[in-house]
Design a protein around this ligand. Structure first.
Ligand code: MD3
Ligand code: FE
Length: 204
């Protein structure tokens, strides 16, 4: 593949170390209120290797019944915690014309956790971009085209990096092939956090 899909922007080191530490402190509070859960694949019940939580009005979940967004944590039954203000500010900076984000999915990777090639299509609208923030150990991200068998390109995502997926990239197949353990000291016990900010419903 000669180039990344148009609409993919990688902003290496967008957050400096102090900003990353402040964000992790806020995420620890979020996870205390909305504990990480292990989603399972629809129909098969096969567990994801990534654990997840969410903040914001809606959260993405996967269980035997399917993938969907819902306002309540699947285990505690409580509403998702509010999105940290630094994340809504990031969205406004990068997607000034989009309606506000409704969901921030928190993916937590350890060891050999990975995420297979997939499209994000559980939202009611693809007009807004997805904004991603990486924290902790680096990971090998792979992105292709709008068809599963389109050629792919790999990009290493490091702590503090932001990625913006809009336009043609919004429906691109993508995944995480592997972590690079021990590449960051941000998280005491290692691992990687990825945040994805999303608009889910059509704007009023
Ligand atoms: C390209 N997360 O949560 S973030 C996901 O690092 C997801 O945890 C990965 O894929 C992670 O769905 C990748 C970068 C990303 C996020 C959303 C996208 C790339 C994307 C949506 C469309 C195309
Ligand atoms: Fe995705």
């Amino acid at each position: 593949r000669a180039s990344l899909p148009s609409g993919f922007r990688h902003l290496p080191g967008h957050f400096d170390r102090p900003a990353q530490e402040a964000l992790v402190a806020e995420l620890r509070q979020v996870i205390t209120e909305a504990p990480l859960f292990t989603p399972v694949m629809p129909r098969t019940g096969k567990p994801f290797s990534v654990r997840m939580s969410n903040c914001g009005p809606l959260g993405w979940v996967s269980d035997l019944r399917g993938y969907r967004y819902q306002p309540l944590h699947p285990v505690t039954g409580r509403p998702w915690p509010a999105m940290p203000a630094v994340l809504t500010a990031l969205w406004t900076e990068l997607a000034p014309d989009a309606p506000p984000p409704e969901a921030c999915l928190i993916n937590f990777y350890t060891g050999d956790a990975r995420m297979g090639l997939h499209q994000d299509r559980d939202e009611d609208t693809f007009d807004a971009p997805v904004v991603s923030v990486s924290l902790g150990d680096s990971a090998l991200f792979r992105i292709g085209g709008q068809k599963r068998n389109d050629p792919t390109l790999s990009v290493r995502l490091a702590s503090g990096d932001v990625a913006l997926l809009g336009g043609a990239a919004r429906l691109a197949f993508h995944g995480i092939d592997r972590l690079y353990p021990g590449t960051s000291t941000l998280l005491r016990d290692g691992g990687r956090i990825n945040l994805t900010l999303r608009r889910v419903t059509r704007a009023a």
